[in-house]
Design a protein around this ligand. Structure first.
Ligand code: ATP
Length: 433
């Protein structure tokens, strides 16, 4: 029998009202359909730790496909993966829930079980990575809030321990090594002794290095989405993970320093920084390879199967650093238009890397000024207004607007009237109709 405990009051205290009402709605429907529904995984872990988590993973004992489909009548969008008996429900307000069928990998039992949980749930939870991630909470109305803990996750959570469920866990899936280090650093947990031994053996035995480039890439992206990737990178160095994954990679103190700065800028300037459109992880990747020899860097990029565009961003980040410091450095006044001119030609992920990697504070200040303010500056006049002033249609209009933006960047114009005056003064009558 699993350890059970009712955590309904913790849910009531810690969850946002919309989360509770959504879970109750899902549980109500499950009850009507005579199914058992549980919220599982990281959500449960974080609830018990008092950490926010809005990733809703629901497991159904019974047929999840029928359950998922039933939400179509409520105006939800649903996506179904028949083969894996999983799917996603997107509610009309955009809230999303992933739903899976509890996998019964060993035996098929009759669905009806007398207790809250049954073997299918147990087997589903047994496939998971760490005990603290292998707990479930019933969301059916009749058993709302019952915590199901077969493997001592609650106890491990209290002791801040990460423990695998069985000794072959890392052999089954070596990504759990990287997930473990990520969680250890994020939650400030300790990897339990036996688990740590298995983890190190998995690295030493070369199993982690067998992971495909695609999986490695996605694990790296997850590391770089954390609040403090530098801690994870440091820990990976300490236990020899980088050496095993990428023999030419050599992240040292500079890498850590650059990564700390990138995270700092992201945290402090989050709303002001430009969208990186899927390239968010690249400043970190550039930092990771920044201390390696060229061959080492290129072999990391090859191994991760980065796209040509991503490759170009990383290489330009590393190779362009010298000229960025040359152009953006210097004691004298640097016109904003000059900073704009240079940085608007590079991807913002490159500029962010340079801001973090340079040790010259003027260079850093100018790049951050560009990223947070200058890049958004546009003239008040638009093309139509220039035509209305009597200029001919054609490339000249773009040229005038560019000049006008530079004038605005350098503080030469502020109001619309000043912009008009500036145009008429700087582009004489011959350019007009
Ligand atoms: P995060 O907070 O980083 O999202 P999470 O624990 O919610 O962490 P997900 O990647 O969303 O992680 O996975 C959801 C759940 O699926 C995990 O809590 C864990 O139970 C299980 N899981 C994910 N990856 C693995 C894996 N490689 N092996 C076993 N179980 C896994």
């Amino acid at each position: 029998m699993p350890w059970t405990e009712n955590v309904a009051s913790t849910m009531a205290q810690r969850l946002k009202p919309w989360v509770i009402s959504l879970l109750a709605k899902l549980g109500g429907r499950a009850e009507e359909m005579r199914l058992k529904a549980y919220i599982v995984g990281g959500f449960v872990r974080d609830l018990l730790l008092g950490r926010e988590n809005e990733d809703l993973d629901v497991v159904i004992e019974g047929d999840a496909i029928e359950f998922i489909k039933s939400w179509e009548q409520d105006g939800c969008r649903v996506a179904i993966h028949k083969k894996f008996k999983t799917g996603t429900i997107v509610f009309p307000d955009g809230k999303k829930v992933d739903v899976a069928t509890a996998r019964r990998e060993f035996y098929e039992y009759p669905v009806a079980q007398p207790s809250v949980s049954s073997d299918s749930l147990k087997h589903d939870l047994y496939r998971r990575d760490y005990t603290v991630n292998a707990m479930a909470i019933s969301i059916n109305c009749s058993t709302w809030g019952t915590l199901v803990d077969y493997f001592g996750g609650r106890q491990d959570l209290k002791k801040k321990l990460l423990r695998v469920l069985h000794n072959l866990s890392f052999v089954e899936d070596p990504t759990r090594v990287i997930r473990g280090i990520r969680l250890e650093q994020r939650l400030e947990f300790t990897i339990e002794e036996n688990t740590f031994r298995l983890l190190v053996n998995c690295i030493k035995g070369g199993l982690v290095s067998l992971l495909s480039g695609v999986r490695l890439r996605s694990e790296l992206e997850l590391i770089f989405k954390e609040d403090a990737p530098y801690k994870i990178v440091k820990r990976c160095t300490q236990i020899g993970l980088w050496r095993s994954l990428f023999p030419g990679l050599n992240p040292g103190r500079d890498t850590i320093k650059i990564m700390r700065r990138i995270s700092f800028f992201k945290r402090r300037l989050s709303g002001d920084l430009p969208s990186m459109a899927g390239a968010d992880w690249l400043p970190y990747l550039s930092a990771l390879v920044s201390e390696s020899h060229r061959d080492g860097m290129l072999s990391v990029l090859d191994r991760l199967h980065v796209s040509d565009k991503e490759r170009a961003i990383v290489i330009e980040s590393i190779d362009g650093m010298g000229s960025a410091e040359h152009i953006l450095g210097g004691r004298g006044e640097k016109p904003n238009s000059r900073i704009y001119e240079f940085l608007s030609k590079v991807h913002p992920a490159i500029a962010l890397y340079w801001a973090a990697a340079t040790n010259r504070w003027r260079v850093r200040r100018r790049i951050l000024l560009y990223l947070t303010r200058l890049r958004k500056i546009e003239p008040m006049l638009i093309g139509r207004d220039i035509l209305d002033l009597g200029y001919r249609e054609g490339p000249m209009i773009g040229y005038i607007l560019k000049g006008l933006r530079n004038a605005r960047l350098d503080g030469l114009v502020e109001t619309r009237e000043e912009e008009i005056e500036w145009v008429l003064k700087n582009f004489p009558k011959m350019d007009r109709k």
